[in-house]
Design a protein around this ligand. Structure first.
Ligand SMILES: [Mg+2]
Length: 222
């Protein structure tokens, strides 16, 4: 059974605490708020993220850090995923989760693995970056205009409906994902680290965690 999440969203951009208590009945009072609320194209948010001095690594969720086992109705964590994220923090990096998955699904993941939330500085879900109204499209274009990005690329993203996880927009150092971004950012090439597709039923495809960490560090240093 999937555990539902009763989201209590407010307007504007800020962070929302993961309401694990609502879903699990367990308090996690030490958890700082991490879910992004609102769109990432909000100029205040863009500037805040770009001002962070630590190298930030954005991680995809599905088939990168985890996969969902439909038979058992449970997430399976990539072996040593938590170790990799902690190593990055220990080396002065900052981790962000950036997923095309929806908020509820993402919270379900954290409900199953509550200690994982502490390894991310922010969580961006599809609601935060996919512009699905004309007002959000305007906000999207304005953000790139503000940063003097290539307007024709930004417009093409909207026309084709393939808005990418643009780590350049937020000044992040690398994107770790099992699928490649469809195109370059209006702000230039993305530092992309291809995660080997993670699936619980195919251990042959699992990458050695130390090698994976090394590749992530190299991508973030480029
Ligand atoms: Mg994926």
């Amino acid at each position: 059974m999937r555990i539902g999440f009763n989201s209590d969203r407010s307007n504007g951009v800020g962070d929302k605490p993961v309401q694990l208590r609502a879903a699990t009945g367990v308090d996690h009072p030490t958890l700082p708020p991490r879910l992004v609320d609102g769109m990432i194209y909000n100029l205040q948010f863009v500037e805040r993220e770009r001002a962070v001095s630590a190298k930030t690594v954005a991680f995809d969720l599905d088939n990168t850090l985890t996969c969902f086992n439909d038979e058992q109705k449970a997430f399976v964590l990539r072996p040593e995923a938590d170790w990799i994220l902690q190593q990055l923090i220990d080396k002065g990096h900052r981790n962000v989760l950036w997923t095309t998955a929806k908020r509820d699904y993402t919270v379900d993941f954290f409900v199953q693995f509550p200690l994982m939330i502490g390894l991310f500085d922010r969580v961006i879900t599809t609601e935060n970056y996919y512009p699905d109204t004309s007002a959000k499209c305007d906000e999207f274009l304005a953000a790139y205009q503000h940063l003097k990005g290539d307007a024709s690329i930004a417009e093409e993203f909207l026309r084709k409906g393939n808005v990418i996880k643009d780590v350049r927009l937020l000044g992040y150092s690398a994107l770790v994902d099992d699928s490649e971004p469809k195109g370059v950012s209006p702000l230039g090439k993305i530092n992309f680290c291809k995660a080997k597709y993670f699936s619980w039923y195919d251990p042959d495809l699992w990458e050695d965690p130390k090698q994976f960490l090394q590749r992530i560090l190299e991508s973030a240093a480029r």
